[in-house]
Design a protein around this ligand. Sequence first.
Ligand SMILES: [Zn+2]
Length: 257
Amino acid sequence: MQFKQQKSFRVVIYFLYLVVFFFLFPSSFVLAIDHFSQVLIDPGHGGIDTGGTSGKRTSYYLVEKELTLDVARRLAHELRKSGLKVILTRTGDRYVDLDERVNLANRLGKGTILVSIHFDALSNRHARGIKTYFWHANSFGLATRIQRSLVKITGEKDLGVIRRRLRLTRNPTIPAVLCECGFMTNPYENKLLASASYRNTLAVAISRGILEEKRLGDFGIAPVAEIWAPLSKASDSPRHAHHKKIKRKKTVKKLEA
Ligand SMILES: [Zn+2]
């Protein structure tokens, strides 16, 4: 009887160890990102939603929705060359609601990852650099590899991998990241972003990050804990808190091909 009690006591202790370990290192139970063969590329904004603009003080008048579509198309080309299947949330200048983009991601489901492309605009012209947002633990490796690749290849200022509960990072059921690929309002980055070859460099950098994650999964990536949070809603924050609205004064210059 005593032996039986000791045994069940030991089982309880082991179980408690396991529970404690799980809470301390939840990601060690998820060895790697689910294998994926398809990338849903999301060019930010579109249609009536222009996103940010560079404003009139910069050398080139840039509109975020045009930059995002351009880089998305280039990224799609890079990924298809490497044998990945690619879907875009929009292929033209069309308004697509954020929830619609999330629904598409969730309909595609397992085997797909979501990469959203954006650019920053701030009235502070000194602000510059690149950052990548994620929310779920399963997206941290992908965000890390894309961010590293972007910073390495462009040599731009590293604003880091940032955990933020956005509709596009929190709500998808698949791994999802959002890249802010530079400031249209910064004089230096404004000139870079106006050049087709630099936009191509951005696409190549993002594709390398994605391909590295496909090859290695989360191997070598420090684990992060999953954090529960309610779904992100449109009413959570004023529309696009990361974009200062700048009045559109000049006519839009077409991007060079
Ligand atoms: Zn944006």
